[in-house]
Design a protein around this ligand. Structure first.
Ligand code: NAP
Ligand code: MG
Length: 408
């Protein structure tokens, strides 16, 4: 397309580059699928593990700050350094997970949605539309305190008010033999921002929202989550939802798990931290491949960060370094870009940008449905004579050909 005819994205998009195989695909996606059609200005932050190391991880903080400034970012997968990675890349230290750092700055909730294609049937047969899992990524067992109890004795909860008021105690258990205990917490503020992020997400997509917990058993802890969701709904969403014919549905977690197997999908399932951890893996597995799972961090302040749910695909990268051909799936990375572009278009009031995102997604889905796919998908797709495994680059090229036809 001539420069004049390219679709203008008016606000810069925050582009956060990453590592290994996803870094290679990141470049290809931009060059082959985006730059030919978009007049796009990118605020580029290079989170390659070596560059994070050189900047003492400042670049990660700067990337998060840029998302705050511009509102929308798109992130490639990044290495979370371990002792092994520190040796491999000769790093100064094992820097924190970039996703953890960015999430802490943006204060968000992570939503994961599978990409569905006709020739890969979900393992759960009634599922026709994607189920998004919204996981509260704060507190509970992920920041709990645990103790091994060696013998007889009493374990209590003790609250010591900071203002010098009377301490409050409650017995957890009078042990007569060895055992274990665990203490967990959450805060009203975090639960409220989780609820807000969930309603915002469901509203943006005009989908129903389910929330499930176990408030019949946990009459204070889980019940507090339910109260806050109810309050948020009544105060800020009920009118809009009712008018749009959307529902907010609370049901016990065990009931939800049973019901979900019989639904068509197409809604947001908001879950507490542990439930979301477990159920998002179940939804991903039932949908075919990790490379078909998209992920977006939505902050209650209205900032968005789009990414693929998978990592840097290290094993494929090493194969690539040895000069072998790879067949790595770029679907979730492409959908990270389309998600970010569609949101940018919505915020800027430029429907042609959102329409481009739709076309690119359709081109990608139709490529897989025509039988052209990467190895991970071929293994789970319905058998058909036209099915053909292509390389990492071959897959992006096939999508580019399809897209060119749509844009002509
Ligand atoms: P991974 O990169 O998600 O890959 C695990 C396996 O899943 C791959 O070996 C591959 O299986 C399959 N797979 C994942 N994505 C694929 C794709 N796009 N196409 C085809 N197959 C795909 O997880 P990992 O190997 O455990 O982690 C590698 C690095 O990623 C680590 O350094 C970790 O810190 C980082 N990580 C980053 C993020 C993030 O930035 N959001 C998330 C998770 C992990 P086969 O080898 O069987 O083909
Ligand atoms: Mg999990």
């Amino acid at each position: 397309m001539s420069e004049k005819k390219k679709i203008k994205v008016v606000t810069p998009l925050v582009d956060i580059d990453g590592d290994e195989m996803t870094r290679i695909m990141w470049q290809m996606v931009k060059e082959k699928l985006l730059f030919p059609y978009l007049d796009l200005s990118l605020e580029y932050y290079d989170l390659h593990v070596k560059h994070r190391d050189e900047t003492d991880d400042r670049v990660t903080i700067e990337a998060a700050e840029a998302i705050k400034k511009y509102g929308v970012g798109v992130k490639c997968a990044t290495i979370t350094p371990t002792a092994e990675r520190v040796r491999e890349y000769n790093l100064k230290q094992d820097w924190k997970s970039p996703n953890g750092t960015i999430r802490a700055i943006l204060d968000g909730t992570v939503f994961r949605t599978p990409i569905l294609v006709k020739n890969i049937r979900p393992t759960v047969l009634p599922w026709k539309k994607p189920i998004t899992v919204g996981r509260h990524a704060y507190g509970d067992i992920y920041s709990g305190a645990e103790m091994r109890i060696e013998g007889a004795g009493r374990v209590e909860l003790l609250f010591t008010p900071a203002d010098g008021g009377e301490p409050v105690r409650k017995t957890i258990h009078d042990f007569s033999e060895p055992g274990i205990v665990q203490g967990i917490h959450n805060t009203d503020a975090s639960i409220t921002s989780f609820a807000r992020a969930c309603f915002t997400f469901a509203w943006d997509r005009r989908i129903d929202i389910w929330f499930s917990a176990k408030d019949t058993i946990s009459k204070i802890y889980d019940a507090r989550f339910r109260e806050i969701f109810d309050r948020e709904y009544e105060q800020n969403w009920k009118d809009k939802f009712t008018e749009a014919g959307l529902t907010f549905f609370f049901t016990l977690i065990d009931d939800a798990v049973a019901r979900i197997m019989k639904t068509e999908g197409g809604f947001l399932w908001a879950l507490r931290n542990y439930d979301g951890d477990v159920m998002s893996d179940m939804v991903a597995a039932a949908s075919g491949s990790l490379a078909m799972m998209t992920s977006v961090l939505v902050s209650p302040h209205g900032w968005y960060e789009y990414e693929a749910a998978h990592g840097t695909v290290q094993r494929h990268y090493y194969r690539h370094l040895r000069g072998e051909e790879t067949s790595t799936n770029s679907m979730a990375l492409i959908f990270a870009w389309t998600g970010a572009l569609r949101k940018r278009g919505d915020l800027d009031g430029t429907p042609e940008v959102a329409a481009f995102a739709d076309r690119l997604e359709t081109a990608a889905i139709e490529t897989v449905e025509s039988g052209i796919m990467t190895g991970d998908l071929l293994a789970v797709a319905e058998e058909a004579p036209g099915n053909r495994k292509v390389s990492t680059e071959g897959f992006i090229d096939a999508i580019a050909t399809n897209l060119a036809r749509k844009m002509a």
